[in-house]
Write a protein that binds this ligand. Structure first.
Ligand code: HEM
Length: 511
């Protein structure tokens, strides 16, 4: 009997088709019910001409990236469509883009469990493994639980360490009015302080600048930058990344892991010794807080500790350096802001600032807030919707109705576009004007550090570090001049974070 005439095959085939039809219809009806229940309306704004793969958007994105205009380009999509939420497509993935604070609050907080990080975890995992920045669900909750206490202390940053590294940085700033790119120094400063904070061993790149290429700390610093470029490339290429020959990136990741493993082993050995001494009743705590040892007290899983440290280094190093370079780019162009800042730090009478004093430098805090508003260090982000859900806004021609989001949709949100909304911040929303913070008390419309359960753990650390460096530079120098080669027009330097694309070139006059 021919196979197609077998009755069993017909029965199995028929059952399968019926099952598929049934589940599809049931899903359709469930979705229609949800749409009706929540009063959802479709979003009429669509940003792609190619409805199947959105290839026009892909091309547009590549051109914007080449011109270093991704941020204004993405923002202009909202402005041109005259909407705060629109649909688009990224290859096979449906996308909703939004700069609506209520929607962002829903994604990151109210309906947190309806979303995950999506494809980011696959691209980042060769370097970051399963650490906090790169995991979802229970794994993420465990990481957060492990790490949070280490950031919960009132004085999380070590001002003495900042001062030591600051003195080294100072040596590289010319006193004769010649041009220096502060951005390069800020990036070295933050990797030196972050590695000391996390590993109990600093890369000391400011000390070793151009000294010894073969030093393992120098090799690590370079490898870490290369490894970050590599994960950026993995993110951009998505599933096509498997076709990329990638010896350099893999090598860089190996170097990073081997470097950190050494400190992890030391910390685990320390913990064993510490436990033995404690058992014998003759332990002596030296009172010093050492991040890696605190982790080793909680687990002796070597890979786990390494992953978490790598994640925090990634989350914390470029971000703070980018904030400093963006803010100093703006300050350098504005003598009136410089004068106010200098006046404020005079209250320190030339002493090194304490925690309390840093917190009280109000105008300096306004400048940090304003820099993070105009040029947020994490200007765009996304979440992947894992179950059908509803956003409160974006539906209907006026965008004021709830919007149905089906599972499998990527939802992108843009702090950059949101922070520059004229209807929220006024007609001068694009301008750097620290004074606006005198009365400004924003909620979800201001989102430099994210919000909800995944809010940045290092916010206090970052603001303390950026305040410290800024206050100290203001004490050391009486005047500043921008030497930007682009006429003082800020352009994006977009990697995993966003810093000034042309560096922070200035000349400083000693006090
Ligand atoms: C100006 C500096 C900084 C900015 C603007 C910033 C911003 C952010 C943002 C937007 C996120 C959320 C990312 C996401 O979920 O997709 C985040 C997460 C995180 N940040 Fe920061 N960050 C800064 C500095 C730091 C520092 C200095 C540290 C540590 C020393 C740090 C540690 C973390 C960690 C561990 C997470 C992951 C939290 C989680 O997923 O539960 N950040 N940060």
């Amino acid at each position: 009997m021919a196979l197609t005439q077998s009755p069993l095959l017909w029965i199995v085939g028929g059952a399968l088709v019926s099952y598929i039809l049934y589940t599809r219809i049931a899903l359709y009806l469930r979705r229609q019910r949800m749409i009706k229940e929540h009063g959802c309306k479709p979003c009429p704004y669509v940003f792609n001409k190619d409805p199947i793969l959105g290839l026009d958007v892909f091309r547009d994105n590549i051109q914007l990236s080449k011109a270093k205009r991704i941020l204004p380009g993405f923002r202009s999509r909202f402005l041109n469509l005259k909407t705060n939420t629109f649909h688009s497509r990224m290859m096979d993935l449906p996308l909703i883009a939004t700069c609506e604070p209520e929607n962002v609050k829903t994604i990151l907080s109210l309906k947190f469990k309806d979303f995950t990080l999506g494809a980011r975890t696959r691209a980042f995992s060769p370097l970051l493994g399963d650490g906090i920045f790169n995991s979802d669900g229970e794994k993420w909750a465990n990481s957060r639980h492990l790490l949070r206490p280490n950031f919960a202390r009132d004085q999380v940053a070590d001002l003495e360490a900042f001062e030591r590294h600051f003195k080294l940085m100072l040596k590289h700033i010319p006193k004769d009015g010649s041009t220096v790119d502060l951005q390069q120094l800020f990036f070295r400063f933050t990797i030196d302080t972050a590695t000391e904070f996390l590993f109990n061993h600093s890369t000391d790149s400011l000390r070793m600048m151009d000294v010894d290429e073969n030093n393992e700390d120098v090799i690590f610093s370079k490898a870490f930058t290369e490894a970050q470029d590599d994960i950026m490339m993995r993110t951009r290429l998505g599933f096509l990344d498997v076709f990329r020959p990638n010896k350099k990136g893999n090598e860089a990741i190996k170097i990073c892991h081997a470097y950190v493993d050494k400190f992890v082993d030391d910390a685990i050995a320390w913990r064993r010794e510490h436990d033995a001494e404690k058992a014998a009743g003759w332990t002596q705590e030296d009172g010093r807080y050492v991040f890696i040892r605190e982790l080793a007290k909680q687990t002796d899983d070597r890979k786990r500790i390494r992953d978490e440290l790598m994640n925090i280094l990634l989350a914390g190093r470029d971000t703070t350096a980018s904030l400093l370079s963006n803010m100093w780019f703006e300050i350098a162009k504005r003598p009136e802001v410089w004068t106010k800042l200098r006046e404020e730090v005079k209250s320190l009478d030339g002493r090194l600032p304490t925690y309390e004093e840093l917190r009280n430098l109000k105008y300096l805090r306004w400048c940090l807030n304003e820099s993070l508003r105009v040029n947020p260090v994490v200007p765009g982000n996304s979440r992947y919707c894992i179950r059908d859900t509803v956003l409160p806004l974006g539906g209907g021609p006026d965008g004021k109705h709830p919007l149905f989001v089906r599972a499998g949709t990527l939802v992108g949100y843009s702090p950059f576009a949101m922070h520059r909304r004229a209807d929220i911040y006024g007609p001068d929303a694009d301008d750097f004007r620290p004074e606006r913070w005198e009365t400004l008390r924003p909620g979800w419309e201001y989102l430099p550090f994210n919000g909800g359960p995944r809010i940045c753990l290092g916010q206090q650390y970052a603001l303390t570090e950026a305040s410290y460096v800024t206050a100290r530079l203001l004490q050391e120098f009486a005047a500043i001049e921008s030497r930007d080669e682009n006429g003082g027009v800020w352009v994006e330097g977009l990697t995993l974070t966003c810093a000034s694309g042309n560096g922070t070139k200035v000349a400083l006059t000693p006090a």
